[in-house]
Design a protein around this ligand. Sequence first.
Ligand code: PAF
Length: 280
Amino acid sequence: MTTLIKSLNDIKKAINISKRDIGFVPTMGALHDGHISLIKACKQECKTTFVSIFVNPKQFSPGEDFDKYPRDFEADLKICKELNVDYIFSPDVSEIYPEKVSEEIVTPPTALTEMLCGLSRKDFFPGVATVVKKLLEIVTPDYAYFGEKDLQQLFVIRWLVKEYKIPTFIRACPIVREKNGLACSSRNRYLNEDKKKLASHIHKSLEMARRDVRSGIFTASKAALESLVYLSQFPDIKVEYLESRSKENLEKVTDGRTKGFYFLVAARVGNVRLIDNIEV
Ligand code: PAF
């Protein structure tokens, strides 16, 4: 049975009677196959599964898509019920950010944020770190599940649990893709079929880069450049960055490397911002 919880009080009660290990999948709803894979991984490993559905206003800057962000609570509920999620935690904004309490924003280190998505989305990582810290403190999970598509976010969350000594193991789950290779994302709902087809070239460009490095044709930075050239043939794809970064700490990779790093990309298809990455 899936129980819907809105308040902090009720979630405390639920946690008290829950069998551990407790597993937690934080989401902003508009659930897709990527989320489903996280929930399945959680169910496999843990005795009790909590899923949160909370569109966190703090991780959107003015002018971003907070108001338009896809919301489909009924469909999300159905998915969670089908997957036998034990508890859905879907608080109101005031429950997470009570107005009277002065808000402490968690600021991740600039070494993790002054690059890639952090350059164009100033509020994103502080907003994510702030809400994930709160959610982990509320749910007290033994394990929490995040997708590797949001790779920089994953680094920030690993930093967060270490910094604040939060006793939750972070599990990273592989990117789930649509048939044409496009990484699953709630924002794919903004794309029609033609735009999805176009967007699939983003993943293709990453595969190209990886192939070129693995076969020894190009260094990492030359391969990234070639992929940028490839994407430039599609005027409706506007690349924000396409970079090679280390597996250890997302530092820029030196060109001697032929493995142990990622290519990461952010690009707009029309006005829809998409991210993806591939491990080399
Ligand atoms: O990845 C997401 O959906 C969100 O950034 C998260 C981790 C649920 C925090 O709001």
